[in-house]
Design a protein around this ligand. Structure first.
Ligand SMILES: NC(=O)c1ccc[n+]([C@@H]2O[C@H](COP(=O)([O-])OP(=O)(O)OC[C@H]3O[C@@H](n4cnc5c(N)ncnc54)[C@H](OP(=O)(O)O)[C@@H]3O)[C@@H](O)[C@H]2O)c1
Length: 266
């Protein structure tokens, strides 16, 4: 049976580009979705040349109502079978809750929560109908703790983790797997995009590049694991948050998300 297509959202930058590379190097033809079409085209040309796979570019602003449905319709046109969905597009906003930034926070909920859910809702029956498939949802270690300073972002990622674990359990034995990837801080455009300077989190913990993080997520997805936390420090941190009262976890996270006053190391 041919491998089927891999649909990667947020493929123009950071982790998404790495997921697209991993999919293409595994022999999947790829559908690359994001807003920056020029970046996607450049990546599509690279992947086709390097791996001999087809690479389709679909421009999508997933913050727009109905965008996920339109993306799925275009992705599955001409009888294309999607065997891998990487729900990676996402962003956050750094700053106090209720002190401006509401439009950005609404966009963050629309992309991180609504679009991700809508894509899963259409992918699951499609994959079941084709005998199986794999869904990789990019959550975050933010999913494990409330995030004062990034309150809405942390709440969106808690949703992604909860939804993924529930769906993974419901789908056990069907041939469709769902994996939630929970990376810690990773060196991508994410922090600049979130208007963040250097935080204590970045100062005190290792910040890997996107390639090893995406590779760990891809491996976990292939193994059908429901959740993967990358990096030993992140695994310890996620575990410790379960042992302390949640208000204390929030207090601790507030410190880690506060800025050191130095510029962000890029
Ligand atoms: N970097 C970290 O420390 C970290 C840690 C844990 C989890 N994560 C998660 O990892 C995922 C990827 O983030 P990243 O670190 O690779 O950040 P990034 O380099 O900023 O990439 C974010 C991607 O999401 C896409 N995107 C943003 N808004 C979009 C929209 N409205 N419609 C469609 N696509 C949109 C961007 O594409 P366009 O701008 O071209 O639309 C870009 O390709 C996110 O879900 C993020 O929450 C990141």
């Amino acid at each position: 049976m041919e491998k089927g297509w891999a649909l990667v959202t947020g493929a123009s930058e950071g982790l998404g580009r790495e997921f697209a590379r991993l999919a293409a190097s595994a022999g999947h033809s790829v559908i690359l979705a994001a807003r920056n079409e020029a970046r996607l085209r450049e990546l599509a040309a690279d992947l086709s040349a390097a791996h001999g796979v087809e690479a389709l570019v679909l421009r999508a602003d997933l913050a727009e109502p109905g965008a996920a449905g339109r993306l799925w319709t275009e992705a599955t046109a001409d009888g294309r079978r999607i065997s891998v969905l990487v729900n990676n597009a996402g962003f956050g906003r750094h700053g106090s809750f209720g002190a401006g930034g509401e439009v950005r926070e609404a966009g963050s909920i629309a992309v991180n929560v609504t679009a991700l859910t809508e894509l899963m809702q259409v992918a699951v029956p499609h994959m079941r109908g084709h005998g199986g498939g794999r869904i990789l949802n990019v959550a975050s270690t933010a999913a494990f703790m409330p995030g004062p300073g990034m309150a809405v972002y942390h709440a969106t990622k808690a949703y992604v983790l909860s939804l993924s674990l529930a769906a993974a359990e419901e789908l056990r034995g069907t041939g469709v797997t769902v994996t939630a990837l929970c990376p810690g801080a990773t060196a991508t455009r994410f922090f600049a995009d979130a208007d963040m300077g250097e935080t204590w989190l970045m100062r005190l913990t290792p910040v890997p590049g996107p390639a090893p993080v995406a590779a760990a997520g891809w491996r976990a997805m292939l193994a059908g694991r429901p959740v993967a936390i990358t990096g030993w420090n992140n695994r310890v941190f996620a575990f410790l948050t379960r042992l302390v009262p949640r208000p204390f976890a929030a207090r601790l996270t507030r410190f880690f998300l506060s800025e050191t006053g130095r510029p962000r190391p890029d």
